[in-house]
Ligand binder design. Sequence first.
Ligand SMILES: [Zn+2]
Length: 226
Amino acid sequence: MLGPPGAGKGTQAERFARTRGIPKISTGDILREAVQAGTEIGLRAKAIMDRGELVNDEVMIGIVKERLDRADAANGFVLDGFPRTVAQATALDAIMAVRDPLIVIDIVVPEAELVRRLATRLICDSCGANAPVGDGTTTCMRCGGRLVQRTDDNEAIVRERLKVYHRQSEPLVEYYRVRPTFRSIDGAQPPDQVAADLVAAIESTGAGAVTVGKPIGRSAKPGVQP
Ligand SMILES: [Zn+2]
């Protein structure tokens, strides 16, 4: 699943994975898991992070491969936050060569809407979880902590983050766009509508309603193009 910060990608990925009974795999989570489990690749990642460096493509790919090989991902999975680069996407294709085709969903949200969302985003001051703005709650759903305004998310910083995202992700979107299993959906709608469009987009690839990860073919039905 692709999409800029503020597009609701993590929430939608989690929601979809839960309804299908498949794991949502985010690189942040699996990095933490691999480090905790003390696998060889996890230890390499820890050494890199302890030096204050970013985990490179090679290590990241190794960690993702290790995670996708686990039994719970055999019938499908949702990847959130990976791949981020064309190099990672190429490596993912190699991993997927013996599996069913990858379905790629790009959640598209106009920049003005992303800026509005990110600049007003609330964050838990104990666990760091993001919270949607507008439902009036000031208590974190995850840990019960206090929700506060994110101070680093002022407009200039938000715009810079989005610029960085687009610079990185545009080649990735171009890499995937030509595939019959690529769809983009409108992420500016209410979350329930985005979730419905996500399911429809995935099903329109021919993956069927049972599980994602079954053999899929070309579909005559076009994806939602913004
Ligand atoms: Zn919290």
